[in-house]
Design a protein around this ligand. Structure first.
Ligand SMILES: [Zn+2]
Length: 266
């Protein structure tokens, strides 16, 4: 069986009507129409699920609550309703892809969680850790998509989701530490270039490196500066306090440091 690595996706349908054609909106509308047996409302969060997924409700709501608190530290609070679909592996693969653990559609404020038990081994200690991480990742996409109208570089979107998700439920460092080389950030701008191996990890490390020197308000300030400066990288460099090449070097050093940690393992 093909070795599956953790793959989490988001769809850029979320941003502006001008960023994608009306055909894609219609496609996404059809893709995100899903009828499951039950729905349960928890304030602004509605969970859709079938009988088999009922066992995860409490865990999912706990993860969402923690993720909300974390996001409130970095982003302005919002009060949109959000629909969360808990979908077993086969139905998820049929509707989306068997490559993904979750999907976030910002335009519709819907997130879909693949409740599979097969992918997490090697990356999480338990299935619960896996689910909490995926819920936190996708819910964070929903928060970020509602915080800006700009199409952000994919590494920043995914890095922020990883940054928050690993606070809610860390993945196993042994697995991630293999990815110690630097992937040029210019190849991590869009979905087409994403190769799903070390990319999520590097993106998460990049956000950690950025945040290490910053206060919590920097993410919201950065989003506001992108509006004013109309360029992500100009705004990013301003808040990082150095050029982007220096940032890449700092990320490379951090990846090397993490690899040394891995080699110290017995
Ligand atoms: Zn993602």
């Amino acid at each position: 069986m093909k070795k599956l690595t953790l793959m989490i996706a988001l769809l850029f349908i979320s941003f502006t009507l001008s960023a994608c054609g009306i055909g894609e909106i219609v496609d996404a509308f059809n893709t995100t129409r899903m009828e499951l047996e039950h729905t349960e409302e928890f304030g602004k969060v509605t969970i859709h699920y079938n009988e088999d997924e009922e066992q995860y409700l409490e865990l999912v709501m706990e993860a969402i609550h923690e993720t909300e608190q974390e996001n409130n530290r970095y982003l302005s609070e919002i009060n949109h309703e959000v629909q969360v679909y808990l979908v077993e592996e086969e139905a998820f693969a049929e509707r989306f892809s068997d490559d993904y653990a979750g999907m976030a559609y910002g335009f519709f404020n819907k997130i879909f969680i693949n409740t599979t038990k097969e992918w997490w081994e090697g990356e999480f200690q338990t299935h619960e850790d896996y689910l909490r991480n995926i819920v936190a990742h996708e819910y964070t996409h929903y928060r970020m998509m509602n915080a800006t109208n700009h199409v952000l570089p994919l590494w920043f979107m995914e890095g922020y989701a990883e940054f928050i998700a690993t606070k809610v439920s860390p993945s196993l460092n042994e697995y991630n530490s293999y990815f110690a080389y630097l992937i040029p950030f210019q190849t991590l701008e869009e979905f087409d270039d994403w190769d799903y191996s070390g990319d999520y990890f590097q993106a998460g490390v990049a956000l950690q490196v950025f945040m290490d020197e910053q206060n919590e308000g920097v993410i919201q300030e950065l989003l506001e500066d992108i509006d004013i400066m109309d360029d992500f990288y100009d705004a990013f460099e301003r808040h990082y306090g150095a050029g982007f090449e220096d940032f890449e070097s700092a990320v490379r050093e951090e990846l090397k440091r993490l690899r040394r940690g891995a080699w110290d393992l017995p």
